[in-house]
Write a protein that binds this ligand. Structure first.
Ligand code: FO1
Length: 314
């Protein structure tokens, strides 16, 4: 069994690649829920949905999030009624069905992990998809200047075009890992850290009490794929966030930040010259193409990750 720690789009693509070379039943995904937002009374779990839709073949290939073949009638109506004010976060008509279902089931008393399993079953997803916690953890961003806002307000509302002073995970101290999370991380042959945003996708998962310690204990069995390639993030604000929070934006910076709990870092060929610096942080470095530009590249990366962990694949 392998367990992958994942955020949204990057995490989903890595998981899809892993599931193409290993039986899906051998894979568990522990997914960030710090991005979750309650909007119009609906509980939206963007990273969980991105993982499930991607593995279920239902994700919008253009955006990476939301549903393929989506329509936007409800949003259009909401935009017209509110003169745009309430339509800043795009919820497609098909996607709305998922949020209605999740919200109703949570109101009936089901746990987020149960509802996630139900939604994954609807899409025939063989990978076990676990939210990091059933308890509410909210990523909050303090902007330069001191105003604190929710993650989606920063990411979607302000298009992450603003300076950030700090990030916190509200509620995480009291959160418990969702059922199965610690067993999966503690008992897997390999823990894979997907190339997701270190600050707002991977860090919240590690911050759930018990998760960071469990992963650190498995350090020699932890293989991470660097989300930074040639000094930049492939997508999203990871590079800016790292820099604003005082980290070096390079694979060496990632290695130093993750050294306490990552044994091996997979870096792109563009960063081959930094391999020695990664190793001097005490992290084994594997150099291979990491950009998942298409199915062949994604499969090759998944195989390289499993090779790095000493696992055989088909
Ligand atoms: N990302 C956007 O950039 N704009 C959106 O309007 C938006 C809506 C949205 C709705 C459902 C969903 O599951 C994801 C959505 N995302 C949107 C993506 C999401 O904000 C981010 O990708 C993640 O939270 C970061 O991992």
């Amino acid at each position: 069994m392998i367990t992958a720690i994942a955020g949204g789009v990057g995490g989903s693509r890595m998981l899809r690649a892993l599931a193409s070379v290993l039986p899906a039943e051998r894979i568990t995904a522990v997914v960030n829920t710090g991005d979750d937002i309650v909007l119009h009374g609906l509980h939206v779990s963007p990273d969980v949905d991105t993982v499930v839709y991607t593995l279920g073949g239902a994700a919008n290939p253009g955006t990476g999030w939301g549903r393929v073949g989506e329509t936007w009638e409800a949003m259009g109506e909401l935009r017209a009624l509110s003169a745009g004010r309430l339509a800043w976060f795009n919820l497609g008509d098909r996607d709305l069905g998922t949020h209605l279902y999740r919200t109703s089931r949570l109101a009936e008393g089901a746990a987020l992990s149960e509802v996630t399993a139900e939604i994954a079953r609807r899409w025939g997803v063989g990978v076990t998809v676990l939210p990091m916690s059933d308890d509410r953890v909210e990523t909050r961003v303090t902007l330069a200047g001191g105003r604190e806002i929710g993650f989606q307000e920063y990411f979607v509302g302000l298009r992450h075009e603003v300076g950030v002073e700090s990030v916190r995970f509200a509620g995480v101290e009291a959160a418990r890992p969702a059922p199965g999370v610690l067993d999966a991380l503690g008992g897997s042959e390999l823990v894979v850290v997907c190339p997701s945003n270190p600050v707002v996708s991977i860090a919240p998962v590690l911050a759930v009490p018990g998760v960071g310690d469990t992963v650190a204990r498995r350090r020699e069995r932890v293989v991470a794929v660097s989300p930074i390639v040639a000094g930049a993030a492939l997508k999203g604000p990871a590079d800016r966030l790292l820099s604003e929070l005082g980290h070096e934006v390079s694979v060496a910076g990632v290695a130093r930040m993750w050294a306490p709990w990552v044994g091996t870092l997979v870096v792109d060929v563009a960063d081959a010259d930094l391999a020695a610096e990664v190793e001097s942080a005490g992290v084994r470095c594997v150099v291979t193409p990491t950009v998942m530009s298409g199915p062949a590249e994604s499969v090759a990366l998944a195989r390289a990750v499993l090779d790095a962990g000493g696992l055989s694949w088909s």
